[in-house]
Design a protein around this ligand. Sequence first.
Ligand code: SF4
Length: 197
Amino acid sequence: MTSNFAELVKEIKSCRECRGLFGFEPNPVVSGNQNAKILQISQAPSQNVHNTSKCFNDASGRKLRRGWYQIPDEDFYNDNNFYISAVGHCYPGKNPNGGDRKPPKKCADKWLKQEIKLVNSKIIVLIGCYSANYFFPNKDFSELIFDNQKIDDKLTIVLPHPSPSNQKWFKDHPDFEPKRLPEIRKIIHDVLYCPIL
Ligand code: SF4
């Protein structure tokens, strides 16, 4: 446990604990500054993120930045705007059925609580059921999305995963895009662009 942000990021990036579990060299991917306005926590890096070491450098990221947040890529990748982390900091490999494996829970236990403590963001954004369940294990995932939440007294927003393979959830929740998403987008824009917040 470290109380120094730079030291923590260095430790995360050099972690290789899951080498045996994955069967390949882990590549922990995080980005952002300690005073980033938004702490964003998703499931785990995709294979493309693993290969490029660039957070959300995939179809999910394009949908999140351009379709949902509606912000320029340079604002998303501005380290003073977003600290980008995940329940699993490394791409975990594929399941035999082709989908990505679940992120190892030990990763969140090892790093996330320290990141939450040290990143001085104004809000937290949780993306996908793995991150939502980690912080709110007894609450319904879809209900979490339609209301503002709190972690350590900090405004917390929950989003579904923007992955193209998540179509069923969107079909089952037709109110998300026209009703809840504009509310969430306004919060994101206020935090990023309103100087008095
Ligand atoms: S997934 Fe987490 S615990 Fe495992 S090697 Fe990557 S950073 Fe370390």
